[in-house]
Every structure is written in structure tokens, then in C-alpha cells.
Design a protein around this ligand. Structure first.
Ligand SMILES: [Zn+2]
Length: 105
């Protein structure tokens, strides 16, 4: 088990995280090489999804410590009112309605 990233919040919103000593920032979109496409990220306050190990291969993760994946609107529309097609979302949030640390937003 790896340790969950340390998340830095600004005005109640997670902006940065320190994942294994590396700083990661909240972004609006992530490029997914296996799909050859950019995807928007589900906007939640407590955590954000990002790409880990940019250079060694892609793995989508959430700053709560969960992995993340690409979801259809049917799945994520209970967490947002904005339909942006397929979006990157926290796997824990999609499957259990909360992030890996128990937060729900
Ligand atoms: Zn999460």
C-alpha cells in the first residue's frame, strides 16, 4: 500500500497534492494516451484526479489515494449537473459515493 497523497486546499478546494514527494496540481483536462484524447475531470472540491507517472506509463489516480478511470455520464451525473461526455472520475467516488478518505465532495 502506498500512502495517500497529502492534499493542499485553498478556499476549501483541493488545489495541489504531494504524491510520494512530487507536487501535482489540479488540472481541467488530462490527455490519455491509450485513448488518444483529452478528457475533462469531474470537478469535486475535496480531491481531484491526475495522472501519475507521466513518464513511465499512464495511471489515472485521485488525490484521495484511489485510482481513477473514465466514466460515462450515466455514472457520474449524480455528482454534477454538467454533462461533458466521458470524464475522468475517482473510482472510489463512482463505486461507493465517497472518496477513499471518506469525503463526499
Ligand atoms: Zn477520490
Amino acid at each position: 500500500m502506498t500512502q495517500a497523497p497529502k492534499v493542499i486546499k485553498i478556499h476549501g478546494r483541493a488545489r495541489r497534492a504531494y504524491d510520494d514527494g512530487k507536487e501535482v496540481h489540479r488540472e481541467d483536462r488530462i490527455y490519455v494516451p491509450s485513448e488518444r484524447a483529452w478528457f475533462d475531470i469531474l470537478d469535486t472540491n475535496d480531491h481531484f484526479a491526475y495522472r501519475q507517472n507521466w513518464h513511465t506509463g499512464s495511471s489515472l489516480v485521485c488525490s484521495c489515494g484511489s485510482t481513477a478511470g473514465i466514466y460515462l455520464p450515466d455514472v457520474y451525473m449524480r455528482f454534477t449537473s454538467i454533462n461533458k461526455g466521458r470524464m475522468i472520475c475517482c473510482n472510489s467516488l463512482m463505486q461507493t459515493s465517497h472518496h477513499a478518505d471518506g469525503s463526499t465532495g
